[in-house]
Design a protein around this ligand. Sequence first.
Ligand SMILES: C[S@@+](CC[C@H](N)C(=O)[O-])C[C@H]1O[C@@H](n2cnc3c(N)ncnc32)[C@H](O)[C@@H]1O
Length: 208
Amino acid sequence: MRDKSDDILFRVSNLGQGDSSRDIYDDWSDDYDRHLLAEFGYVSPRIAAVELGAAVSTRELDVVDYGCGTGLVGAALAAEGFTRIDGLDISEGMLTQARAKGVYRSLLCADLTGPIALADATYGAACCIGSMGAGHVAAEHVPEMLRPLAPGGIFVAIMNGAYYESGGFEQAFRALQDAGSWQIRKLEQFNYMTELDRPGWLLVAQKT
Ligand SMILES: C[S@@+](CC[C@H](N)C(=O)[O-])C[C@H]1O[C@@H](n2cnc3c(N)ncnc32)[C@H](O)[C@@H]1O
């Protein structure tokens, strides 16, 4: 049993830059929640929701969940009291699972490596949890994910530590601060799978 989940985690973690993860996630969607929660001890959704909850003064705001997957982040946000949550993901299989959770206001199949079909400056918060990295969403795509966020809006991201280094995320995050696009409120390391040794990075930034 565990062999299958280990194998798929290895494959999804070792995509090349420019590879597409869509087919892997379509195949994984039925088993994703069980593997991530029961086998890997995946805590990023809860951490992201708690961090967002602490960074804002109201739950009455629109939240966009980039790379929403099966909706674990949406469920954690709903548990924190957020109700206006829109999810985007490239995998229809993952979106089907997210729809079943009944926590999203809308769900859209979208490739986040291109232009995003959301209006400028309309969201109070954005999350991108586990969706940035090789074969996923790259550092160069962060400015486009920031565009639909209103000034003062909060951007929460969690990503794998290896991608963070190899994908130039630290430089990209600092460059956005140097350019006056956002203020970094928190940038710290933690282990995001309690059953594995899986270092990751948490970013909380506020759009200026
Ligand atoms: C590790 S999962 C994380 C899902 C969810 N955020 C979570 O924390 O459980 C990564 C997600 O990113 C999505 N994804 C990967 N590349 C994408 C792209 N280019 N555009 C949109 N979504 C993408 C995948 O389909 C998958 O659902």
